[in-house]
Design a protein around this ligand. Sequence first.
Ligand SMILES: NC(=O)c1ccc[n+]([C@@H]2O[C@H](COP(=O)([O-])OP(=O)(O)OC[C@H]3O[C@@H](n4cnc5c(N)ncnc54)[C@H](O)[C@@H]3O)[C@@H](O)[C@H]2O)c1
Length: 255
Amino acid sequence: MDRLKDKVALVSGAASGIGNATALRFAQEGATVVGFDVNEGGEAWQAVASCAKGSDFLTGDVTREAAVISAVERAVEKFGRIDVLVNAAGVSSYGATTDVDEAEWDRVMNINLKGSFLFAKHAAKSMLQQGSGSIVHIASIEGMVGLNGQITYGTSKGAVIQMTRNMAADFAKSGIRVNCVCPGAIETPLTAALQDESMRAMKQQMEEAHLMGRFGEADEIANAILFLASDEASFITGHPLVVDGGWTAGTLLSL
Ligand SMILES: NC(=O)c1ccc[n+]([C@@H]2O[C@H](COP(=O)([O-])OP(=O)(O)OC[C@H]3O[C@@H](n4cnc5c(N)ncnc54)[C@H](O)[C@@H]3O)[C@@H](O)[C@H]2O)c1
C-alpha cells in the first residue's frame, strides 16, 4: 500500500492506457501524482484523482519544450519536488522502410523519443537538486526485435532503450536511476485497431508470438513500472525490463 508513500510522481500519457494505469497504481501506493497528456484526463483521470487527493492533471504536448518546462515547474511549485518521472506518452506507427514519409517519421520520433528526452532533461534538473530520483521510460520489445512494417515505431523504441543507458550513466553519481520497461503487445487504445476484422489474423499471430498466448494488460505493465520507480529497485539503473509474456524468450513449436 505504501511503496511510494510521500513521493511525487509525474506521469506523461496519463489520460489513457499504460500511463493511466500507472498513475492509478502509484496513487494506490501513496504517491501524489501529476498527470500530463495532450488529451484531457476525463473519467480515466477521475479514478486517480479520487484515490490520491490533491493530485493534478495538466494538458500539453510532450514535443513542446515550453510545455514540458511549465509542467515540471508547476509540479515543483505545487508539491516541492519530483521523485519519479514516467514517460508513457507515445504513439504507434505502421509502415515499411520505403513507405514511410518524412512527416510520419518526424511525428513519431518527436513524440516517442524527443518527448521522453525533454521530460527527463527538465525533471532531472529538479532531481539533481534533491540528490535523488527515478525515471522510467516506456520502450517496447519492438526496440529489441525487428518486425516488418514497423520501421519508425521500432526505431524510436530502440533509441529509447539506448537513451535509458546514456541517461543512467549521466546521473549514476547523482542519485538518479533511469530505467525503461519493454512491453509486449498490451490491450490499450494504442492496439485497439487490431480489434478490426481486417486485422484479426495479424492479432492472432501477435497473440501467439507471446509464449503465454495473449496480450498483456496495462496493469501488468504498471506493476513493473512501480517496481522500477520504487526504492525496491535501488540498485537497478540503465536496465530495459522486458514484460512481454515470453515473446522475446523463444518460440513455441508444435510437438
Ligand atoms: N499498447 C502496447 O501494446 C504497447 C506496447 C509496447 C509499448 N507501448 C508504449 O507504451 C506507451 C503508452 O502506450 P499505451 O498503449 O498506453 O497507449 P495509449 O494510446 O492508450 O496512451 C498513450 C497516451 O499518450 C498520449 N499522447 C500521445 N501523444 C502525446 C503528446 N504529443 N503529448 C502528450 N501526450 C501524448 C495520448 O493522448 C494517450 O493518452 C507508449 O509509449 C507506447 O509506445 C505500448
